[in-house]
Each structure stands twice: as C-alpha cells, then as structure tokens.
Ligand binder design. Structure first.
Ligand code: NAP
Ligand code: HSE
Length: 453
C-alpha cells in the first residue's frame, strides 16, 4: 500500500532529489513501485523527498504494471542526463556497453550522480566511470550490481573498512542457485528450471551470462576491487558455469555428503615465489552439507567476507528479482540524498580513490591445494578405469574415493566420479592432460573443487 503520509512529507523542507530512471524492466518497474509505496518513509530517511521526474525505455506502449503518467517520458535515454530537472541518473538498462554506457558517461559529464545495477558495465568500465565521477565530484553507486538486495558493497566499503580482507567468497548468482537447488530438490530438468528462473525475472537478458558464470564473475571482480583495493580485473577471473552439470553429478554429490553450488572466490594469494597476486575464480563447487552455504537455496545469495580483525562475516539474502534489487537501488539514492549535506569525500565508489587502487597480477593457480571432484563419462570396456587411475598415479594425484555408476545416457558410456585427497591443482591438471585425447573418454572431464574451511 502506498505510504501517503503527507504530514511526514511536510516535515521535510528540503527540495526533492530528482531522479531520471532509464530502463523500466524487472528492476526499473520495481524501483517505481518501491518509491511510490514508501515515499514518506524514504523522504524522512533521505532528509528530502525522492521524486522520479523522467523515465525512458525502448517501448513506450508496453504495459509494465505501473502507472507512468506522473512522469515525463524521453525516447532517447542517452539525452536524459542533460535535463535540468534531474539530479541523479538511475541506469537499469543493462549491457556492458551500448546505451547504458553512453548514458552513464553522459550523466557524469553533466555533473549528475549515477546509480546503476549494471555489473557488466561496472566490471568492464568501472575504473573509467569511477575516475570520471571523482573528477566531476559526483557520486557513483552500484549496490544492486552485486548480490541483489544484500548490502554487501556497503558492508565491505563501510562496515569492514578497518580490516585487511583475507578472502571473499560465496553464491553470487541467483539464477544458478535457483537452478541447482531446484534440480537437487525435485530432480527436474535443467532447461525447464532455467525457463522458470527467467519467468521470475532472476535471469539476465541473455541467460548465458548466468549459467556460464559470467554474471557471477562480473560481481566477483567488483567485490575483489573493493575488498583488496585492487583495480577491477574481470578478464582474469577463471570462470566455469553450471551448464555441464548433470543430474547424476547432483545425485553423486549428495551420496558423498555434498551439494553443488556455483561459488565465486577471491583471495590475495602470493605465488610459490612469494609474488603477491589476486586469485579470482567462479566455479561450481561441492559444498559439504554441514557448510552454511549448503543451506542457501533458490535465488538467495550469500557472501562470506573474512577480515583480519572482524573474523568471518556472512551477508545473506535475496540475490535477484524486482523487490530486492529495487531495495538496493533506492538505498543508493537515499545515500546520495544524505550525502548532499555531508559532502562528496565520503563517497569514493571503490572505497579509496581510483588512483590508489593497485594493479594486482592474477595469482597462479597450480600451487593451490585442495580436494577435487572429477567426473568422467567413459567407454564401458575393460581397462578404462586402469587408464584413469594410472594417469592419476603418474601425476601424483591420490584418490580418496572412486565410483563407477551404471550406464549413462549414451549407449556404452558410463560415469566415473572420483574425489581426490588434498593435492596441488597443477597435479590434477597434469592428470587430465595425460588423459587428453584418449578414446576411452566420451566427453571432457568435469572438475569441481570441494569447498574447504
Ligand atoms: P530487463 O527486465 O531486461 O529491463 C531492461 C530495460 O531496459 C527495459 O525496460 C528495456 O526497455 C530497456 N532497454 C533495454 N535495451 C534498451 C535499449 N537499447 N534502449 C533503450 N532501452 C533499453 O532487465 P532487468 O532485469 O530489469 O535488469 C536491469 C539491470 O539490472 C541489468 O543491468 C541487470 O544486470 C541488473 N540487475 C538485475 C537484477 C534482476 O534480478 N533482474 C538484479 C540485479 C541487477 P523495454 O522494456 O521497452 O524493452
Ligand atoms: N541474473 C542475476 C542473478 C540477477 O541471477 O543473480 C542478479 O544480479
């Protein structure tokens, strides 16, 4: 129900903060609903009313479930930044480049604060936009870009600001988590569950970004920059998605005492020669059933931040969808409204000025120690298991358990799943290199790390 308490609004004497809203899809329509429903409360908390003055999208005639008649309409969204009746541009279009980036650059150039939920754009152009915002002395905010409704950027930038962050990891994509946990609970088919996640507004315009781990990698690269004071390096995130996971992997993981979750992980990691580097990886992991991340289901996200004085902090909540994402967008707008009284200096997008962010080289992966789940689809004939175990032996990989399941879908093919003892990742890579091209393998092996403490 709309919050229409005029007595509360009347107490706010400051002029309204005027918003241009570009993009009226899942999140944009959610922002309109939230701003209308909680108007008086928001005005009290922001110290001034928040007014949407102008909106823009592709199709003016589309029914979006919200009344657009109170707002001016602009067909050319990249032009809204130049309007005199706008203080803050809110970009909810999406895409790393194209109209979203043009609008973002225009907004900053015209001295407007910029709020965006666009992780792709921030992962690719965040350094440029943050530097431009610093020069123009305008705010750049993107809380909704990472983990939907969870205030994890605020948590890192402000709540954990006193800490050296040792590791950041968690579930960063609601669509993948919805797919994996629904497949786990119901045994339903991947494609069917993906379609459901799309219908609920969780997925990106191109769901490949979700299921191939790219969206989680965008988010991880943003978190890394804030956590480690590093320049964003999206290109160095080693990324594997969930599209190759079979129902049989989920069943096998369960039998072993694990569930499967797409995990993003970043850590400052000195290589074997002591050179400091930044480890960033998105990969499906086997998560022990007694780990708190194993209980994160549906579109929920969870981010663990390990600080040297705070210890382990857990941020958990809805990671996608209109309401939670709109909540994060409007929180940024409220912060900007408050900051109009307290000054710009407290408002560096990545917690420290862009010029102070380090260019951290990617950490080498091979020396990392861990246990791994490796799944093979192999020809069902004598000697195949011996061939696999010989490759493991020759590469120095010790096998903790190995199971051969009955026939897989393809005639004559069976699934072999193994869990290794703790081993350097380079050894697993070497074992798979030894098996590469073997006629015994009916498909490329799938490797998932096992999440440790
Ligand atoms: P969406 O439902 O696809 O909406 C996109 C909006 O942008 C639509 O209103 C569309 O106009 C407009 N648009 C797209 N391309 C355009 C173009 N070339 N010119 C003009 N307008 C254009 O997307 P969404 O889910 O709301 O996501 C918006 C942003 O929020 C994305 O950056 C996304 O990554 C991010 N985000 C989404 C979620 C979520 O749960 N959905 C969560 C966190 C962050 P029409 O409606 O007229 O076609
Ligand atoms: N497609 C994204 C997800 C939206 O599923 O997590 C939230 O960023």
């Amino acid at each position: 129900m709309a919050d229409t308490s005029t007595s509360n609004l009347a107490k706010t004497t400051k002029p309204p903060l005027r918003i241009a809203l570009a993009g009226l899809g899942t999140v944009g329509a959610g922002v309109i609903k939230l701003v209308e429903a909680n108007a008086a409360l928001i005005a009290r908390r922001a110290g001034r009313p928040i007014h949407i003055t102008v909106v823009s999208a592709r199709d003016r005639g589309k029914d979006r479930g919200v009344d657009l008649s109170p707002y001016a309409w602009e067909d050319d969204m990249t032009g809204i930044a130049a309007r005199d009746d706008v203080d803050v541009v809110v970009e909810l279009v999406g895409g790393s480049d194209g109209p979203a980036l043009t609008l973002a650059r225009n907004a900053i150039r015209h001295g407007k604060a910029l709020v965006t939920a666009n992780k792709a754009m921030i992962a690719h152009h965040g350094m440029e936009l943050a530097a431009a915002a610093e020069t123009a002395r305008v705010a750049l905010r993107f809380e909704a870009a990472v983990a939907g409704g969870i205030p994890v950027i605020k948590g890192l930038r402000e709540g954990a600001a006193a800490n050296q962050i040792e590791r950041v990891y968690g579930i960063l994509n609601g669509t993948c988590n919805y797919i994996l946990s629904t497949m786990e609970d119901t045994g339903r088919d991947f494609v069917e569950v993906l379609a459901e996640a799309q219908a609920m507004g969780y997925a990106e315009a191109d769901p490949t970004f979700d299921i191939e781990g790219i969206d989680a990698a965008h988010k991880l690269s943003i978190l890394s920059a804030i956590a480690f004071g590093a320049q964003i390096d999206f290109a160095s995130v080693e990324t594997t998605g969930i599209s190759r996971i079979l129902a049989a992997d989920i069943a096998q993981a369960d039998a072993l005492g694990y569930c499967i979750r797409l995990i993003g992980m970043a850590e400052a990691d000195a290589g074997p020669d002591g050179t400091p580097g930044l480890f960033q990886r998105v990969q499906p992991h086997l998560v022990p059933l007694d780990n708190l991340l194993a209980h994160v289901d549906g579109p929920t996200n969870a981010v663990v931040v390990e600080g040297n004085f705070s210890g382990r902090l857990l941020f958990q909540g809805p990671g996608a969808g209109d309401g939670p994402t709109a909540s994060a967008v409007v929180a940024d707008i409220i912060d900007i409204a408050r900051g109009m009284d307290t000054g710009f200096e407290a408002d560096m997008a990545f917690s420290i000025p862009v010029s102070g962010l380090e260019a951290m080289p990617p950490a080498p992966l091979g020396h990392r120690l861990g246990r791994a789940y490796i799944r093979f689809i192999v020809a069902d004939r004598p000697g195949v298991l011996a061939e696999i175990t010989a490759a493991m032996r020759d590469a120095g990989v010790s096998i903790e358990s190995l199971i051969q399941k009955g026939r897989a879908g393809d005639a004559g093919a069976v699934m072999v799943a193994m869990v290794t003892h703790e081993v350097r990742e380079a050894a697993v890579t070497e074992a798979l290199r030894l098996l590469d091209g073997s006629p015994s393998l009916a498909a490329a092996p799938l490797v998932m790390q096992i999440l440790g403490d």
